[in-house]
Each structure stands twice: as C-alpha cells, then as structure tokens.
Design a protein around this ligand. Sequence first.
Ligand code: AMP
Length: 259
Amino acid sequence: MKRVQTIAELRRALEPARLEGMSVGLVPTMGALHAGHVALLQAARAENDVVVATVFVNPAQFSETSDLAAYPRDLEADARAAEAAGTDVLFAPDAAELYPPGFATWIEPKGAAEGLEGTQRPGHFRGVATVCVKLFSLVHPARAYFGRKDAQQVAVVRQVVRDLNLELEIRTVETVRDPDGLALSSRNVRLSPAERTVALAIPRALATGDPAAGRAVLRDAGIEPEYLEVADLDGPTLVVAAQVGATRLIDNTPLRRIV
Ligand code: AMP
C-alpha cells in the first residue's frame, strides 16, 4: 500500500492505473477506521482493480470546532487497517492541501440536503458535497463507496453526482453493528461505559419501526432525540439523531413496505 499526503503524490501514485485504464474504487473516510469502513474497503476491493482510501477529517463539514477538535485520529492504526483490507493507495492530506489559502468555491446542495442533518448541522452537507466532488475529481473513481449508516449523506451524494453529471457509480454498504446492536461509529470511542449502555436505546428505538414507540424507548433511557422520524431515503427509513453525553450519534433502519 502506498501512503500519500499531497495531491501531487496522489496523482503520481494513480498515474499507472490511469494509463492502463484500470478501474478505481474510492472509499472516502474521516479515519478512526472500524469494521464499517473495512466493509466499504472490502466491497471496493471486490469490484475494482485499484482501491483508494482517503482519511481526511474534513473541517468544512463540522460546524462545532469542539467536535472537530475532539474527533478521534489515529493514522498509523488506520494505515494498518486499510492495508489489511486490501487498499492500494491511502490518501491522508492535511486541511491546507484540500483548502489552500484563497479556496472559495463550494458545492451547495439543496433537495436531499434539506431537513434532518441539514437542519441540525447547517453547512454540513455543503462541506460533504464539496469534499466529495474534490475527491472524485482527484481520484477519477469508477465507483465510490458510502455506508447506509449515513443514509441522508448517500442521498445527497447521489443527487450531486446526478445534478453535476459526474461519471461514477455510487455504491452503498449496509450498516455494520456491534453484536449488541449499536451501529459502529468512530465517535463511539468517546462514549463512557455507562453512556454506551444508554446509547443501546437507539437501535432498540429503531427496532420498534415506529416514531412514537421509538420516542418512548428513548425517553425511558433518558434520551431526547434531535429527530426521530420516517424519511424517504431510498425507501421509507426510520432515522434518528441523538446526543448521548457529549457524543452525537445518528442511525437509521429501512422500514419494510406494507403491501
Ligand atoms: P466517516 O469516517 O464516519 O465519515 O465514514 C466514512 C464512510 O463509512 C461513510 O460512507 C459512512 O457512511 C461509512 N460508515 C460509517 N460507519 C459505518 C457503519 N457502521 N457501517 C457501514 N458504513 C459505515
């Protein structure tokens, strides 16, 4: 696996693949890799000649500087996990590489980016859309891989790809959970053991398949969600966001259509 930090190094690393017309699969991440990220890398490995993983804690998608500062980072562990999952190129730029002085062009998604995370985290999807388009433009992937855990993000990225006529396929991977049901998230490491127990109410609430019943489950656990509702994200989906202690968690489950 090649580790690269600059755009120039990334271009050099991808040059042979480009010349030989090899297919590239891209897995964008913010690092602190866990089994959910590994599932994306394995899907990319199975479908492409070359797998590129990116580790970039994108400042543009954080509205709270404290959240950005506290985001877990461990590039050496990430490099080991990425390599073990079959990654060919790991691109881990610093913020100034992607947002140099004078950077002033943004992708401003509406539509799928409105409501839910778009309401709770103003500017979040502007940062996500902008960095994704930059990564697509740098890597030229045939396919890019995203987790269903961030179901609204998938809808936003698909919308951007469609609206801007980008030539790549967006592939999705089901949410990977711990055996107790908690969706894997880089943020889970910030939960205390007691908070983690409380957080298990989130998958329990989703399992009810009903916003009112789900809200009751959360209330019993002392959680007041930011939202818990049914949204149309590639079909009816029960989506939830909630703060547990200092940690913000999101999760969702597709609802079975009643026929
Ligand atoms: P992040 O590093 O949190 O920005 O996530 C990078 C990618 O991994 C995104 O496409 C996420 O949706 C995906 N991802 C995060 N957690 C999970 C999970 N538990 N299962 C599957 N995919 C995930």
